[in-house]
Design a protein around this ligand. Structure first.
Ligand SMILES: [Zn+2]
Length: 100
């Protein structure tokens, strides 16, 4: 059974989040990619699942200034556009790995 447990989450620079997983896989997101995936109720309609926030509207130079753990299953990020309501479960971060 695959677990989706990060060993290390590193904010190596303001525009990046790097995750090292327990199985050795590494995932790198730009802050803009994460912002575009934000699953919060303000970005995705909770009933229909339709994305209301346009990922194309995210500036490429977007950065993040804070990352905190939510319980033992997710992280929350503070983005430079002021958005901070997204909670990104580990499983979600692994499933959406932009580079597989
Ligand atoms: Zn959001």
């Amino acid at each position: 059974m695959t677990t989706y447990q990060p060993l290390v989450i590193r904010r190596s620079d303001p525009a990046k989040v790097e995750i090292e997983w327990a199985d050795g896989h590494k995932t790198t997101y730009t802050a803009a990619e994460l912002r575009g995936l934000c699953p919060c109720a303000g970005c995705v309609n909770e009933v229909t699942g339709q994305r209301m926030h346009d990922p194309a509207s995210v500036p490429a130079g977007l950065s993040q200034s804070d990352l905190r753990f939510v319980g033992n299953y997710a992280v929350a990020l503070q983005f430079s556009d002021g958005h901070n309501t997204g909670i990104f479960p580990f499983r979600f971060l692994r499933d959406h790995d932009p580079r597989g």
